[in-house]
Design a protein around this ligand. Structure first.
Ligand SMILES: *Cc1c(COP(=O)(O)O)cnc(C)c1O
Length: 379
């Protein structure tokens, strides 16, 4: 393709005939579109893969919401890195928690534990690290921090499906993990999410709370029925997953190793290409372990990100910004200590196209465009 007609998307679902067939089977053969056998099968497969229990819900945001609600009391504080999707913050407040914005470290944009320590209070109950771009290599330090300060760890692993840390898949160790299967994540359900944990209290809370607080409705639905006479003791939500979405995810799960391999290979190539460039810095990540959801660069001082993004788009290359620091948003502004490193890094963040249909040639083309921009505009 020539430069005029090609368009390289920032992210996209890779779905096709198999997913279409699976959805069509739910409609024409099964006829049961709600939460049923497809969801049960997805939870079973995830449990097989990760060794922990799985509770599927209708978004990653709902997964974080339920995981937080399962462990806090209203007003408890949740230490969270400011650079994350606003979904993380909205889920915390929806669950009755108070997000306490923590700074991030420049190497990989993970939560800055020195800053987190400064922001501890008598109300601190949870630390909610975000596995930014899919990286989890800092988690052992977070676990130690949480032990020292008696905090529950909930991992926002929305970016990290398939990543490993110390040889174990994210989600396969003891802990509370929230994944997203939205349209552009490492695998998709269309929309969906899951709480993965070995914590039985969290499991039983999530199973009930996702079905409007109706206890034991999960079992009824998996056997093609539902509860008619019931009591409800706690606030619940309509967060359960549909068979349509689960059918898509069940196919995606079978294709996931292929997706992981491509994403890792592309990120390896991105890293090798951009490591050389004086106008940018790559994040420190080992793409043997990380299945990257996004590929992020930190631009050098003096590079005009908005002008660069416009230039790339003119050449058919989409780009993104992950993310506006949440402590800068009106709803989450606090008059406390702030997050100076995130403020400094935010204008330098640039996300380049990454999904299984990007090619190595696309990456080389993107790098050439960036080189040309720097030559033409940055003098
Ligand atoms: C995608 C995402 C979520 C929310 O997942 P949804 O399925 O879109 O609701 C939460 N946190 C992060 C970091 C995400 O990227």
């Amino acid at each position: 393709m020539n430069a005029k007609t090609q368009h390289i998307r920032l992210s996209k679902s890779v779905v096709g005939e198999q997913e279409a067939l699976a959805v069509s089977r739910v409609i024409t053969e099964d006829g049961y579109l709600g939460m049923g056998s497809q969801v049960q099968a997805l939870e079973h497969s995830l449990q097989q893969m990760l060794g922990n229990e799985a509770v599927c819900v209708n978004s990653g945001t709902a997964a974080v919401h339920l995981a937080v609600a399962a462990v806090i009391k209203p007003g408890d504080e949740v230490l969270v890195p400011t650079i994350t999707y606003v979904a993380t913050y909205q889920a915390i407040v929806a669950a009755g928690g108070v997000p306490v914005s923590c700074d991030v470290i420049s190497e990989n944009l993970s939560i800055d534990l020195v800053d987190a320590e400064r922001k501890l209070s008598a109300k601190s109950a949870v630390i909610l690290p975000v596995l930014y771009a899919g990286n989890a290599d800092f988690m052992p330090a977070v676990e130690r921090f949480a032990n020292t300060h008696n905090l529950v760890v909930i991992q926002d692993a929305a970016h990290a499906f398939g990543s490993t840390v110390k040889g174990a898949l994210v989600g396969a160790t003891s802990g509370i993990f929230c994944f997203s299967f939205d349209g552009i994540k490492n695998i998709t359900a269309g929309e969906g999410g899951v709480v993965i944990t070995d914590n039985q209290t969290v499991i039983s809370y999530c199973k009930t709370a996702r079905l409007l607080g109706i206890e034991n409705d999960t079992q009824a639905r998996y056997s093609g029925s539902r509860s008619w006479q019931f009591d409800v003791k706690h606030i619940g939500y309509r967060f359960h997953m549909s068979n349509i979405n689960a059918a898509i995810a069940n196919v995606q799960l079978q294709r996931s190793n292929a997706f992981f391999t491509v994403r890792k290979a592309l990120a390896h190539h991105y890293q090798a290409v951009f490591k050389q460039k004086p106008y940018t810095r790559v994040l420190q990540m080992d793409y043997n372990d990380v299945v990257p959801h996004i590929f992020v660069l930190l631009l050098a001082d003096g590079i005009d990100r908005d002008a660069l993004r416009a230039y790339l788009l003119k050449h058919g290359i989409e780009s993104g910004i992950h993310y506006v620091p949440n402590h800068q948003l009106t709803l989450f502004k606090s008059d406390t200590q702030g997050c100076p490193n995130a403020d400094r890094l935010y204008p330098k963040l640039l996300t380049l196209p990454l999904h299984p249909e990007v090619s190595v040639k696309d990456i080389d083309f993107i790098a050439d465009c960036m080189d040309r921009f720097v030559e033409e505009y940055a003098q």
